[in-house]
Design a protein around this ligand. Structure first.
Ligand code: BEZ
Length: 220
């Protein structure tokens, strides 16, 4: 069964209500990357820190050609009031749209509901999900965190850097990769192609005798 959590799935062009007015997802995304991240509810502590962090880092996302969009299961009026709290708490204004999804219809459609946990009103809790959608509208990475664990927006930026790098070059980012650090040559690249594309790459000798551990400096 196809699911939006499957990488490569096409993200739907939803019509949504936000505190910045009604939007269509594709029109908002344009030719950029889209990051859509969900929250349980407005006026909750962890969500407030997350939205504040996203607002503070909005210029870093824009510099990478990424459009941010959040979702929280409350009304447009609540979002407007909450944005004032977020700006006061973090000192950064929320300049990106927050989808109003009080009925949870969009959260259900996008697979954002916890199967077990309930919010204070007794409704299914909305998890902290992050969809990374490429300019071709396909889902390239999905993060899912429970309500009690806030996300790292530094990690979300790192994922953007890795996705954009590996979309351009046949490399893969190793464990604990930081932007600009060495990368691995993908297993699908033949040794001849690796020598031509990455002439200064290094191959680690291993007991198996298989030459798959090939690293190179980060392509520009
Ligand atoms: C919060 O944002 O702080 C939160 C929301 C729902 C459950 C737990 C924490």
């Amino acid at each position: 069964m196809s699911s939006l959590s499957n990488l490569g799935a096409v993200f739907p062009d939803l019509a949504v209500e936000t505190q910045l007015g009604p939007l269509r997802i594709y029109e908002y995304q344009g030719a950029d990357w889209l990051i859509l991240f969900s929250h349980p509810n407005d006026f909750t502590p962890v969500c407030t820190t997350e939205l504040g962090e996203a607002a503070a880092r909005a210029p870093a996302f824009a510099a990478r050609g990424v459009r941010l969009m959040a979702l929280s299961c409350d009304s447009v009026a609540d979002h407007v009031a909450w944005c004032a709290d977020i700006a006061a708490a973090r000192g950064a204004a929320v300049t990106f749209p927050i989808i109003a999804d009080a009925s949870r219809a969009i959260a259900a459609q996008l697979g954002m509901l916890d199967e077990e946990e309930r919010c204070a009103a007794g409704l299914p809790a909305t998890v902290r999900k992050v969809f990374f959608v490429a300019p071709d509208r396909r889902v390239r990475l999905v993060l899912v965190y429970p309500t009690a664990v806030g996300r790292s927006f530094a990690e979300i930026l790192r994922c953007v850097d890795a996705l954009q790098l590996t979309a351009k070059h046949p490399v893969a980012t190793p464990a604990e990769w930081a932007p600009g650090g060495p990368v691995m040559i993908q297993p699908t690249v033949s040794n001849a192609d690796a020598a031509a594309r990455f002439p200064r790459h290094a191959r680690v000798a291993l007991p198996s005798g298989r030459g798959y551990l090939r690293s190179t400096s980060c392509p520009r």
